[in-house]
Write a protein that binds this ligand. Structure first.
Ligand SMILES: Cc1cc2nc3c(=O)[nH]c(=O)nc-3n(C[C@H](O)[C@H](O)[C@H](O)COP(=O)(O)O)c2cc1C
Length: 262
């Protein structure tokens, strides 16, 4: 029996939607969770372009064939959990094209209930975000380098190291300083640490308190903190503060601090 007008209208609409999905520039897959292993029943051209597989090659298989040795198991747990609970989800997962080339896949999964069929499907939308991920990784790497360089620890003798501080010292840098110095002393067993302040641009109460805490930390670790390159503003700040730094030996220059140690 021929479909009625209403049904033809619906079919045309479905055809329109299918054509539209074919031409969007992202991967789209539909899976059927009522079939064993939730296999793909539809993919668009965007998916073929992204993955390098043709629809013919992948229909009937679960999407996990896109994964490989570097795919994060924690992300897979999140995907499994969302599918089990029929929840929508957005993750970034390392996948591999047919050629074996890895790529970062921004994957969104939506459970879709089709009332006319009284059945649920999953729709997956995949976007290649490799360029963005690599740019982020690179900038995180440089940021880490900048952070490491912001509190350099220079070992200069058997049990002496110098930390030359340069520029503005904010709370983040002070926190990093405490962290890096305690790690360094624990590892090296250094007896003396000279904190050189000649390159510091502003002596603030923040810096003053940070040095007080650093001194306490170093004492607890059985070592000695010395300061060099102190300027008059810093002495004034120290006099005003409740936390006195008078127990820390201070010197006009690194050279003089070293002479005292030797
Ligand atoms: C609609 C849909 C699309 C999916 N697309 C991808 C994908 O592009 N890449 C991927 O690594 N996993 C994808 N998955 C997840 C896997 O099919 C699978 O659910 C996941 O590997 C966790 O299950 P498993 O432990 O049985 O492998 C998709 C899942 C669904 C339901």
């Amino acid at each position: 029996m021929r479909a009625n007008k209403e049904q033809i209208k619906r079919m045309k609409k479905n055809e329109f939607i299918r054509t539209a999905i074919e031409y969007v520039d992202t991967g789209v897959v539909i899976t059927d969770p009522e079939l064993p292993d939730n296999p793909i029943i539809y993919t668009n051209k965007g998916f073929e372009k992204l993955s390098g597989y043709s629809t013919y090659e992948v229909v009937g298989y679960n999407c996990r064939f896109l994964q490989g040795e570097d795919t994060d198991h924690e992300v897979l747990n999140q995907i499994r959990h969302a599918i089990k609970n029929k929840e929508k989800l957005k993750v970034e997962v390392k996948n591999y094209r047919k050629s074996g080339e890895p790529f970062w896949n921004e994957l969104q999964i939506f459970p879709v209930y089709m009332e006319s069929e009284n059945q649920s499907y999953f729709v997956g939308v995949q976007q290649d975000v490799t360029k963005r991920r690599y740019a982020e990784d690179r900038s995180n790497h440089y940021l880490q380098q900048v952070k490491d360089l912001s509190t350099p620890i220079v070992p200069i003798d058997r049990d002496v190291s110098i930390v030359p501080l340069v520029g503005e010292i904010d709370d983040e840098r002070l926190e990093l300083l405490h962290h890096n110095v305690s790690k360094h002393i624990q590892k090296s067993g250094d007896q003396f640490l000279i904190l050189d302040l000649s390159g510091v641009s502003h002596f603030t109460s923040q810096l003053h308190n940070g040095i007080y805490q650093l001194d306490q930390l170093i004492k607890l670790m059985g070592a000695t903190l010395m300061i060099s390159g102190i300027r008059p503003e810093f002495v004034l700040e120290s006099v005003r503060s409740d936390l006195t730094l008078s127990s820390i030996q201070s010197f006009p220059s690194v050279k003089q601090a070293l002479t005292t140690i030797q």
